[in-house]
Design a binder for this molecule. Sequence first.
Ligand SMILES: CC(C)=CCC/C(C)=C/CC/C(C)=C/CC/C(C)=C/COP(=O)(O)OP(=O)(O)O
Length: 314
Amino acid sequence: MRGLDSASPSIEDCYARCREITAEYAKSFYFATLFQPQEEARAIHALYAWCRTLDEVVDAAADEAPENVQAQLQFQRESLEAIFSGVEIGVAETATSCPDVCLINRALADTVTRIPDMSISPFLDMIKGMESDTDRPVRYEAFQGVGGLEEYAYRVAGTVGLMTIPVLGTEEGVAFEEAAEPGVALGIALQLTNILRDVGEDARRDRIYLPAEDLRLFGVTEEKLKAGGIDPAWRLLMESEIQLALAFYRKAELGVGTLAPAARLPVQLALNLYREILYGVRSNGYDNYLQRAFTSKVRTETALPDRTSQPAAA
Ligand SMILES: CC(C)=CCC/C(C)=C/CC/C(C)=C/CC/C(C)=C/COP(=O)(O)OP(=O)(O)O
């Protein structure tokens, strides 16, 4: 790389850091990339590490001055503009003490030059989504429309579909645009699943993602939601939200064939695994307050019930 002395991290070092971050925070995801060609795997690691950086900014937001959070997100925006306009980035900061964010941005810049069809818009949209997660308290009036939950789910997860499709590749003769809609649908489905799985934990942190109009429709008050009362109204609300998420899974599933053949199996497996969480919520009698460990850890990670951490009621 032009302008870098021998003590500076090489592009391999940058990708290696992204790989370490992926391996540390997303074990099953990392495992899937072990079966990909090296260039594809590296690109996925760079994308994951970039998204993770934003996640960390937002997670730290509760303890930080809002101006700091804004400044970090603005820095990421400006870095993206540089990356996508082909400006070589990170040279000035590339000392041996280069912070992770600089390594990650350099890996992303390299990925962007190698993979056709990568566009800046999903990255910028994700920043907008993360920004809304720093607003307190988290509330959505409706699912659809401007400021709705669907828009948020697109921004924080649907965008990942748009970022990864160019890396995974499409079936011969299939344009990126054809895969984009089902790809976004999968991201939204996964995000809605997370929201349903974590509903109790989030409510206790005053993050209510379920649209207020749905709560009203089923007669579930915020107080009841926070207290975790499982009654017929709650079960009906949950079933209705599960149906909505399943509709996104169906849309995604219909589009799996638009992907390059090698990408179909891992994507279908991820889809099945996450959809199982919803079936798990159903078979728990919609008790997604106490049974989070059951629905997430057991079904998606270890496949073995950790009976020691099960609540007595389970
Ligand atoms: C179907 C077609 C045509 C393409 C697929 C395109 C892809 C890969 C879409 C999926 C995008 C994706 C992986 C979105 C991330 C969504 C999400 C909510 C991930 C969960 O993140 P964490 O919150 O870290 O999860 P856990 O809490 O479960 O560990």
